[in-house]
Ligand binder design. Sequence first.
Ligand code: SAM
Length: 219
Amino acid sequence: MKDKTKTPWPTKAAMEQVYDMKLWGENQSDFYSGDGSHHPELVHPYIDVLVSFLSKFSPPLAVCDLGCGDFNVGKHLVAYASKYTAVDIVPKLIQRNQAMFKDKKLRFECLDIATDTLPSGDCVILRQVLQHLSNTEIQSILKKLTVYKYIILTEHLPESNFTPNADIISGQGIRLKKQSGVNILEAPFNFKVKNTTQLLKVVQQQAKGVIITTCYTLY
Ligand SMILES: C[S@@+](CC[C@H](N)C(=O)[O-])C[C@H]1O[C@@H](n2cnc3c(N)ncnc32)[C@H](O)[C@@H]1O
């Protein structure tokens, strides 16, 4: 009898395959991080609330954008940070971003945020990244986030009541297919924060569900 246990691919290989095979769709560009990174009705309101949040700080915050993807979103935020470190696990994507986006304040790094040391900063942006990762990887990322002051987390979630944090194998898909989504304050993570503020909620027309951006202030 065949062993039906799925052996997960390493996350790096899974994400490289997503980009190589254009599993999140495509446009004219060589790398495409999905409709969530490109559809104006999802991107514009997000940029507005992030610009408004970051503009409140003087001096500006040092930002770490973890899982920066094709940088179609992050490129609008660099001007509002004192330093902007954008990280992704896919080496060719980071090389392409380094060639395409130049700014004195901007630095790209190829890291696995679950296993590598994270860059220093005040504020972490995690936009539609944790939703693709297993609970084990999310847990190891969260352990490293306690040193930052703010975490701005964006997750694609089911629209109504759901059981959070059903486990998945890291890769292209998200928990929506299991009628679940990531909530870092709930079990098994039980992440402790000082304040929680919802910054944005956008209904995702194409793929169902809602995309919620929350700002967590840490102790
Ligand atoms: C759906 S895309 C979102 C891109 C971007 N944050 C945005 O909103 O436009 C998720 C990105 O997270 C990256 N990623 C996934 N797991 C990662 C990991 N362990 N370390 C670093 N990057 C990761 C993927 O390669 C991909 O580029």
